[in-house]
Design a binder for this molecule. Structure first.
Ligand SMILES: [Zn+2]
Length: 97
């Protein structure tokens, strides 16, 4: 028997398998499911930290309207900076003959 530890009723379990109320992270390297609070106007991915603006097709059916650029750009910039830093370290090692 599998328990997810949330103590859901049968009805809640059923609605959960239909994935209502969830959106999928638009980060191609993440694709995590995000479950925003009902009526929230944006949601943050718990896995990669990207933030998305939401609209609600129905009270139980959110859709991603678009990314929150400020947040996602900052994440991309930090990732890029880390990569550049790693590259610079590699280059300096290579350069020291
Ligand atoms: Zn994500």
């Amino acid at each position: 028997m599998t328990l997810d530890g949330e103590g859901l009723s049968a009805a809640e379990t059923l609605s959960k398998t239909r994935t209502f109320g969830k959106v999928r992270c638009h980060n191609p390297s993440c694709m995590e499911r995000i479950q925003p609070p009902a009526g929230a106007d944006h949601a943050k991915c718990p896995t990669c930290g990207s933030e998305y603006r939401l609209f609600w097709v129905r009270p139980d059916l959110p859709r991603i309207r678009g990314p929150v650029w400020d947040v996602n750009r900052k994440i991309a910039k930090e990732t890029f900076a880390r990569k550049e830093e790693a590259k610079a370290q590699k280059d300096s090692k290579k350069g020291g003959k």
